[in-house]
Design a protein. Structure first.
Ligand SMILES: Cc1cc2nc3c(=O)[nH]c(=O)nc-3n(C[C@H](O)[C@H](O)[C@H](O)COP(=O)(O)OP(=O)(O)OC[C@H]3O[C@@H](n4cnc5c(N)ncnc54)[C@H](O)[C@@H]3O)c2cc1C
Length: 405
């Protein structure tokens, strides 16, 4: 037996894009159901960076004070260790936002916070353990989703289906939307190492001879990202765990007394880095946003924030119409037109960072600082540029969607 439900908007995926879009549409009085395939939001590791642009949106929603009561770390300046020299890279303290810092907060805490507040709206529903497996069509128009749940099959018909189901989106595949891939030369190994008193402050990472080791402060441990050449994990495995521990110590000597915690390959997770985006983010009855429309590299830690900006633009452009009925293809086209340019710009910057900074095409001299980094070191005012690009990003969104509260 398939349970059948009708609503105004159904969102596949309870990540940052899906939960924020659900929150805003429900706040505007649109009946919305968010479907998340997992039983909870715990995903280790999906990024923790809540940027000033997102914090500003929290302020605009009146949620900021409560949000900042959740456990988090505040980083006002990003520093990097480049070929052994500590250099400041980005200064967030001059940004024109209420919060002049990046908040590092586990993504599950962020999603729990937002979804708890969304549940306060009567038109919001979040169904966990509900995996979208297919779309339904009426000729060329997408009319709904089919999903599997522990209680049985579910079919939801809606005026708008939003694909917010991330980089392996089933929605984009079932909708037949074409994707452009951009070559990425790196993958990332993620792992944890314990944190100890006297450890240095958080940095952006350790750049050395064209390679990169990232350390993110997670309170009582370090989330470590080891950037490797694309497809190189098997070679690293063949060289053995001891060699990997040795490589890590060569980046960050203070980890010498705990690198041995990495005593099993199961403690090391491979992230296959992708950068891609859809040619069309929509078709009649359906819109993709967030990673489902454009998978981001972790470079700059901008993926969560870009996904949220997409959600805000979606609500700004569609909520009022959706309250009373379906939206047109022209309305959906406007969402892409609004968000495609910032996405292109950020992805182009990520490709540049991969090619020129991380994979070391510019670092022939292992002890020298690249020119860009030297300029940032000499002229503090320049550090506001990366802060602005990372912290706020191009074409920042503000809430303009209606509210029933
Ligand atoms: C290892 C790693 C580290 C990263 N680090 C950072 C960082 O530090 N800062 C940053 O800003 N970004 C980071 N990113 C990128 C960031 O995680 C993404 O850009 C961001 O999460 C995109 O949000 P989203 O809501 O579009 O998709 P996702 O966060 O991928 O959410 C998609 C959701 O859909 C659900 N889902 C998938 N398929 C289905 C289905 N069929 N049915 C129902 N639900 C489904 C998934 O379970 C998931 O909850 C990182 C990414 C990775 C992989």
């Amino acid at each position: 037996m398939t349970e059948k439900v009708q609503t105004r908007c159904v969102i596949a995926g309870g990540g940052p894009a899906g939960i924020m879009a659900g929150y805003l549409l429900a706040r505007a009085g649109v009946p919305v159901i968010v479907l998340e395939k997992h039983a909870d939001f715990f995903r280790d590791f999906r990024g923790d960076t809540i940027h000033p642009s997102t914090l500003e949106l929290m302020y605009e929603l009146g949620l900021l004070d409560e949000f900042l009561k959740q456990p988090h770390q505040e980083v006002r300046e990003l520093r990097a260790v480049v070929n052994g020299q500590a250099v400041p890279i980005a200064d967030f303290t001059k940004l024109p936002t209420h919060c002049k810092f990046i908040a590092f907060m586990p993504q599950w805490d962020f999603l729990n916070f937002l979804s708890t507040h969304a549940r306060a709206f009567p038109s919001f529903q979040l169904l966990m353990q509900c995996e979208v497996v297919d779309l339904t069509f009426d000729q060329q128009r997408v009319t709904g989703v089919r999903a599997k749940t522990p209680r049985g099959d579910l079919e939801i018909r809606a005026d708008l289906i939003i694909g917010a189901d991330g980089r392996h989106s089933i929605i984009q595949a079932c909708a037949g939307l074409q994707r452009q891939e951009f070559g990425v030369a790196i993958d990332v190994l993620w792992m944890r190492l314990s944190k100890k008193q006297g450890d240095p402050q958080q940095t952006l990472g350790f750049f050395q001879g064209g390679t990169l080791f990232v350390l993110l402060d997670r309170g009582d441990y370090w989330q470590c990202g080891f950037v490797i050449p694309k497809g190189g994990f098997d070679d690293i495995k063949a060289r053995g765990l001891q060699q990997l521990q040795h490589d890590i110590i060569s980046f960050a000597g203070f980890l010498r007394d705990r690198a041995a915690e990495l005593d099993d390959w199961s403690k090391i997770k491979l992230l296959t880095v992708q950068i891609n985006r859809l040619r069309d983010w929509w078709r009649d009855g359906l819109l993709c946003i967030g990673d489902s429309a454009h998978a981001m590299s972790p470079a700059g830690g901008v993926g969560i924030n870009l996904a949220i900006q997409d959600a805000v633009a979606t609500a700004n452009l569609l909520a009022a119409k959706l309250r009373s009925g379906p939206v047109s293809m022209d309305d959906l086209r406007k969402v892409q037109a609004r968000r495609e340019w910032p996405t292109r710009l950020i992805q182009a910057m990520q490709v540049f960072i991969h090619r020129r900074v991380v994979t070391g095409q510019t670092s022939q001299h292992k002890d020298s600082l690249p020119l860009v980094v030297r300029l940032l070191k000499w002229f503090p005012v320049l550090r506001q540029l990366p802060a602005r690009f990372i912290g706020i990003g191009p074409r920042r969104e503000h809430f303009r969607s209606p509210s029933t509260v």
